[in-house]
Write a protein that binds this ligand. Structure first.
Ligand SMILES: C[S@@+](CC[C@H](N)C(=O)[O-])C[C@H]1O[C@@H](n2cnc3c(N)ncnc32)[C@H](O)[C@@H]1O
Length: 283
């Protein structure tokens, strides 16, 4: 596995965003037809051809992938689970999300921005017959997820990647879920990420998102704690209702299915039924 045992040095961009430096990655398609990283290296000379590799490799390209680490700074990632447990009423909102997703054996479920894998593991423990793919751009956090899954005795596929890597797999999943990701990405990534989740799910499937969305009253003040960690620009858009507006484009005027008040702002749960008209059977 290309991402095992290797952590890339990241250099700081703006607002706590990081870019993996001078790194090239070679991808192939996995069984979900998602792009899978199979080889990565630092300071690769893009003008030099990579050595021939066995198998069906789709592309080699220079990649500078920017993302905000789970707690805004890479050094804080080992504390992520503890912080989320203490500052988000985690057990409550995750259990609501689990009820909402209601996994059934045999389903293929995507967890976009899976982080340390807590929710993917919950899904698998609830319904051992589901197949789960966890995607995250952060190799370090995927290693934590892998260890946790091993400890929990569950098998989950983990891949390094972002939403746009789903482009080659339309309609592959029964359900796509994402938690606490969209408040820390740019407006473009919010829109592209939700579009990619919708496209990756078959007609009749579901998209579920739990995140800090519109903040009202004193929740807006508490949300400043998250904004200090993750930066203002991306988070402020959520506080001002960006997720609700994006969802409304697909689903009409959107109200969260549940809004959970937490010590760091309100976490909203959204559910969307996916309908791809082009997939409808003509009688
Ligand atoms: C706050 S953590 C949430 C992790 C996990 N979903 C959870 O519920 O605990 C946000 C995660 O999103 C990932 N991330 C950041 N930018 C992303 C992007 N553009 N696409 C997918 N994941 C992204 C980060 O690496 C991080 O692991």
């Amino acid at each position: 596995m290309a991402d095992a045992g290797r952590r890339f040095r990241a250099h700081r961009l703006n607002e706590g965003r990081y870019a993996t430096a001078g790194m090239v990655q070679v991808h192939r398609r996995d069984r979900y037809n998602c792009r899978e990283t199979v080889r990565s290296s630092h300071n690769y000379d893009a003008n030099r051809d990579a050595p021939a590799l066995p198998g069906r490799f789709e592309s080699k390209r220079r990649m500078s992938q920017a993302f905000t680490p789970a707690l805004g700074r890479e050094a804080l990632t080992p504390l992520y689970d503890l912080v989320i447990r203490l500052l988000t009423r985690e057990r409550y909102w995750r259990s609501l999300l689990l009820e909402q997703v209601a996994p059934h054996d045999g389903e293929n479920i995507l967890d976009l921005g899976c982080g340390t894998g807590t929710f993917a593991i919950m899904l698998k423990l609830r319904s051992p017959g589901v197949r789960i793919l966890g995607i995250d751009p952060d190799l370090g956090i995927l290693q934590i997820a892998r260890k946790k899954a091993r400890r929990a005795g569950v098998e989950i596929e983990w891949r390094q990647g972002v939403a746009s890597d789903l482009a080659g797999s339309p309609g592959t999943f029964d359900k796509a879920v994402s938690s606490l990701v969209f408040h820390q990405v740019t407006q473009r990534e919010k829109e592209a990420g939700i579009a990619a989740m919708v496209a990756s799910v078959r007609s009749g499937g579901e998209v579920h998102i739990a995140d800090y969305a519109q903040q009202r009253g004193y929740m807006r003040q508490l949300f400043r704690i998250v904004q200090r960690l993750d930066g203002y620009e991306n988070t402020q858009a959520n506080a001002d209702g960006a997720l609700e507006r994006i969802f409304a484009r697909y689903d009409g005027p959107t109200r969260a299915a549940a809004v959970v008040a937490t010590p760091t702002g309100a976490i909203s749960l959204f559910r969307m039924l996916v309908d791809h008209p082009s997939e409808r059977q003509v009688p």
